[in-house]
Design a protein around this ligand. Structure first.
Ligand SMILES: NC(=O)C1=CN([C@@H]2O[C@H](COP(=O)(O)OP(=O)(O)OC[C@H]3O[C@@H](n4cnc5c(N)ncnc54)[C@H](OP(=O)(O)O)[C@@H]3O)[C@@H](O)[C@H]2O)C=CC1
Ligand SMILES: CC(=O)N[C@@H](CCC(=O)OP(=O)(O)O)C(=O)O
Length: 345
């Protein structure tokens, strides 16, 4: 299989390379770059010397059609939507790590991203790539909208129970924390060392662009509008996302019942681990891997369900899930190339 990656100098791209250079079905990797055409990737990322010896090129549809079977966009918002309509006219399969095709209404995208995306006609051609929930739809797709990092951790935590009668869907509070690599490689004042070291902060309170993405897929499963409070926080570490979700219960239910429900929902999913009560998830338990660890608490005192979900933002939250989706697209074992155990310590 011949793979292309757009946005070659970014964190999502280099994480794709980490896995794809170990993927049995991948014969060739092409790298497309806006800023470093002609430069060898190992000159930008010296750790890749002797691992991938590829010079970055200019992205053109002709080059992709001639050389690539599956193309990953690891670019910021409002880039892929400019290219994907033309690519949909070809046989190339596309996996977009950006948010451009995750929503089904361009007006909603513009309201939350403050940017432009494709028209509805194109948006509806995308399949949402939450690999551990929609594997069958993904297998048939040409264009996959890879989920955002927070939505991945949140939806894996909520989708097993969102349509159950014991849940008050109007009470959902999602509290997320992310490492700094979630902001990408480009520097900005809020994320450099002196600003982040010994510090943490909430951001985009009441306005984070992942809110409508989470609400869209919760609503799709319950067939009613759902509004959540989602508050992200950035913390002084490189990788990791920890999301804690609070949901009011409308009926008494035991932890064992809910645990069994989650275990059954994910019983075929190699990368989702539903933890025992004594084993609270930590981001180091999934560091550098494609796992999502989930934990359930039923708080009888407040009559609330409390769900903790951890992922590596660059792996299950981006490039690992993107490769899991590629595996599904090509009928491969979905764990192919992703079987690295978490990095510990
Ligand atoms: N970081 C994370 O944890 C996650 C990121 N994502 C999403 O994945 C995508 C990539 O993120 P990430 O790798 O972290 O970001 P980075 O900023 O690290 O990399 C993005 C790359 O895109 C290219 N690029 C930047 N601006 C433009 C432009 N105007 N036109 C074309 N290419 C451009 C650059 O590469 P070059 O100059 O080489 O082309 C840049 O290095 C983003 O949409 C992000 O929101 C999703 C989930 C998690
Ligand atoms: C620390 C930080 O800035 N994190 C980013 C995560 C962005 C991301 O994951 O991008 P997608 O929208 O493509 O999913 C944020 O909160 O916007």
């Amino acid at each position: 299989m011949r793979v292309g990656i757009v946005g070659g100098t970014g964190y999502g791209a280099v994480e794709l390379m980490r896995f794809l250079t170990n993927h049995q079905a991948v014969d060739k990797i092409y790298l497309y770059s806006q800023s470093k055409q002609g430069t060898y990737i190992s000159d930008v990322y010296p750790h890749l010397a002797s691992i991938i010896n590829v010079a970055m090129e200019e992205l053109t549809v002709d080059h992709v059609v001639k050389h690539v079977d599956v193309l990953f966009f690891a670019t910021p918002p409002a880039v892929s939507y400019q290219w994907i309509p033309a690519l949909l006219e070809t046989d190339v399969k596309i996996i977009d790590l950006s948010g451009d095709f995750r929503l089904d209404d361009p007006a909603v995208y513009e309201a939350w991203y403050k940017k432009t995306t494709a028209s509805r006609d194109y948006l509806k051609q995308a399949v949402y790539g939450l690999a551990d929930v929609y594997p069958d739809k993904i297998k048939q797709a040409q264009l996959i909208a890879n989920p955002g990092c927070y939505p991945t951790a949140t939806l894996l935590g909520l989708l097993p129970i969102i349509d159950k009668s014991f849940i008050d869907v109007d009470s959902i509070i999602v509290d997320g924390k992310t490492g700094v690599s979630g902001a990408g490689r480009s520097l900005s004042q809020g994320v450099h060392y002196a600003e982040m070291n010994e510090n943490m902060r909430a951001y985009a309170v009441g306005s984070h662009k992942h809110t409508p993405e989470i609400e869209r897929f919760l609503a799709e499963k319950t067939e009613k509008s759902i509004f959540i409070n989602f508050t992200p926080h950035i913390v002084p570490m490189t990788r990791g996302i920890l999301v804690t979700m609070y949901v009011n219960l409308t009926a008494a239910i035991s932890r064992d019942t809910v645990q069994t429900l989650y275990e059954s929902f994910y019983k075929e999913r190699a990368f989702v681990r539903v933890k025992e009560n004594h084993s609270l998830p930590e981001t180091k338990h999934v560091y550098g891997s494609n796992y999502c660890d989930l934990h359930i608490t039923v708080d009888q005192r407040t009559n609330r369900l409390i769900i903790v979900s951890v992922i590596d933002n660059l792996v299950k939250g981006a490039s690992g899930q993107a490769i899991q989706n590629m595996n599904l697209l090509y009928g491969l074992n979905e764990t192919e190339g992703l079987n690295l155990s978490p990095l510990y310590p």
